[in-house]
Design a protein around this ligand. Structure first.
Ligand code: MN
Length: 373
């Protein structure tokens, strides 16, 4: 018998790791009880309110102690757009439709919304040069992603079957995988992203739980004709039937000049989180398929989520064609990549007919200048 006290005790720690580790049945009991207490007209509402804090006065912290952070590349439109910039004839590599591509990221530099984004310095190869320089990144970029908070983990050596992957997902957030494209271009071969991505990752600090998101699940878009089916260990009919999420994502920019002139933030992109080639369950199953253990509070990034058209491109790399076509802003400014003083806000909203929509809060970062080198 699950009691609400078990879940309350788990939720009362300084981080939510213990709560994330609970079976979803315990989180559901807590959720139901909180809903009863806070409902309009609830008998204990007045007393409960004495325990609430006004949101504007609260500083949000990271919800969990993040043991490990892994970033995937499951946004196929982003992968194709970026691939086309570098390999016009061969945008998607042959492994893409078989393997959920990812890399092991850095958990120490994941921070909550509002943490300033200090422009990183590093090695880059200036155009036309044949030796690198060390200095401030000139091509600082965003990546619009969903973050996945892992709930119950798995033991080392014990894979997670696709049919039981969902209960390992405790909730979702927004994630901005800040990326220094010039550092990335120079360093990424042959082993993949390193310093270009480990200087900061920003998350929206609210964990929107799997239970709260249940009404917003939708079918995974069918693979285009001619695409190979996923290998059997990644295939589940029920996952395909409801493994995607109807979450609208948005990116806004506000430059220093725009704020000075009281101009509202400018929308750069809007699109659906259903634009992923792999479901979140497939990412979890693939991650553990070789025996790697996941732990409560681990964080997965989906990879940049872009739309098939140009209305919802989740990075400047795509928005500006690798910096070649700067975008025009209402202030009269242009941007190829981010400049100091720019503020980027990601927002998300789960929407479904007949249900109250759920916001994800903000995932905000303000770019500050590099340290003098
Ligand atoms: Mn990323």
């Amino acid at each position: 018998m699950v009691t609400v006290r078990d879940a309350v005790n788990a939720a009362a720690d300084r981080t939510l790791n213990a709560l994330l580790a609970c079976p979803s049945s315990e989180r559901r009991v807590l959720r139901r009880r909180l809903s009863e207490l806070l409902k309009v007209g609830a008998p204990d509402r007045a007393e409960v309110e004495t325990w609430l804090y006004p949101a504007p006065g609260c500083a949000m912290h990271l919800p969990a102690r993040i043991g490990d952070y892994t970033d995937f590349y499951a946004g196929i439109h982003h992968a194709r757009n970026v691939g086309a910039l570098f390999r016009p004839d061969n945008a998607l590599l042959p492994n893409y439709k078989y393997v959920p591509i990812g890399y092991h990221g850095r958990s120490s530099s994941v921070r909550p919304s509002g943490t300033p984004v200090r422009r990183p310095s590093g090695q880059r190869l200036p155009p036309g040069a044949d030796t690198p320089v060390f200095g401030a990144s000139q091509r600082l970029d965003i990546e619009l992603e969903l973050g996945v908070w892992i709930g119950q983990g798995n033991d080392l050596g014990e894979p997670i079957p696709i049919t039981s992957a969902d209960p390992h997902i405790a909730g979702l957030c927004l994630l901005n995988d800040w990326s220094a494209r010039d550092l990335q271009a120079w360093e990424y071969q042959p082993l993949g992203p390193f310093l270009a991505k480990n200087f900061l990752t920003t998350v929206s600090p609210w964990v929107v739980t799997a239970e709260a998101l249940a009404p917003f699940r939708t079918s995974q878009p069918a693979r285009p004709a001619g695409d190979p089916p996923p290998l059997p260990y990644l295939w589940s009919e029920s996952d395909q039937a409801c493994g995607a999420y109807a979450i609208d994502l948005e990116v806004q920019i506000s430059t220093e000049a725009m704020r000075r002139d009281s101009l509202p933030p400018h929308r750069l992109a809007v699109g659906s989180a259903a634009n992923l080639y792999w479901t979140l369950a497939q990412l979890v199953t693939h991650h553990a398929s070789g025996g790697c253990n996941l732990n409560p509070g681990d964080l997965l990034g989906t990879g940049t989520i872009s739309t098939p058209d140009d209305t919802g491109l989740g990075s400047f790399l795509e928005l500006t064609q690798g910096g070649q076509q700067p975008i025009a802003l209402p202030s009269g400014e242009t941007r190829a990549f981010l400049q100091d003083g720019d503020a980027i806000t990601l927002t998300g909203r789960a929407v479904a007919n007949g249900y109250v929509s759920i916001g994800f809060g903000e995932c905000l970062g303000l770019i500050t200048s590099a340290l003098a080198s």
